[in-house]
Design a protein around this ligand. Structure first.
Ligand code: PRP
Ligand code: URA
Length: 207
């Protein structure tokens, strides 16, 4: 379905903030959250609406309201950093969780948690994870969602590597991939270059 890299000066500016190695945990979290909100604003521009009749102070009027369930599915841990920014814009969104960690040697994802709302079956599922490196975690999370009956799935990440984008497109050609930046490559340890380091650790102050 394609890869969409958001071309937005504010997003680029905030991304630069989180790439800096000396950015504090607090500022890192805040910028990740704000970028996620800006991305949600852009991504949701074609969400379906239907008209309802309301009364303004002046008259009755037909006006649009959102006509879809939205489910945000963060991949733990780092995906959690994107949830608040999206919920601020779409407060009716439900939140499901998929816990995956990447084995540091093999880079293979391992699932350790899953809790999803029923609305994934008919809703728009936004799988959120700041980092798309080898693509293994995103592919595994989307495998889970499809097994559970989700049909409309979109991946929302901050920084992607070409390797991860190709792997995700190959494994799940039916989903849209939204990124704030498509970076150069993966290094020999599976980290994105130039990237921003270990996103989970930087968000939560571990290490
Ligand atoms: C990071 C990141 C992604 C994954 C990306 O998580 O948040 O989930 O790596 O790498 P991949 O595309 O090669 O799978 P990590 O496994 O470090 O767990 P954490 O979020 O708990 O730190
Ligand atoms: N996970 C991260 O947190 N950062 C990377 O660069 C790659 C995977």
């Amino acid at each position: 379905m394609g890869v969409f890299v958001l071309n937005h000066s504010l997003v680029k500016h905030k991304l630069t903030n989180i790439r800096k190695k000396d950015t504090s945990t607090k500022d890192f979290y805040q910028n990740v959250s704000e970028i996620a909100g800006l991305m949600a604003y852009e991504i949701s521009k074609d969400f379906p609406t239907h008209d309802i009749v309301i009364e303004t102070p002046i008259c009755k009027s037909k006006q649009p309201e959102l006509d879809c369930e939205v489910v945000i599915v963060p991949i733990l841990r780092a995906g959690l950093g994107m949830v608040d920014g999206i919920r601020n814009l779409i407060p009716t969104a439900k939140v499901g969780f998929i816990g995956l960690y990447r084995d540091e040697e093999t880079l293979e994802p391992h699932k350790y948690f899953c809790k999803l709302p029923n609305t994934i079956k008919n809703g728009i599922c936004l799988v959120v994870d700041p980092m798309l490196a080898t693509g293994g975690s995103a592919i595994a999370a989307i495998d889970v969602l499809k097994e559970e009956g989700a049909k409309d799935i979109r991946f929302v990440g901050l920084v992607g590597a070409p390797e991860g984008v190709s792997a995700l497109e190959k494994a799940h050609p039916d989903i849209r991939i939204y990124l704030a930046s498509l970076d150069e490559k993966l290094n020999e340890n599976g980290y994105i270059v130039p990237g921003l380091g270990d996103c989970g650790d930087r968000l939560f102050g571990t290490k």
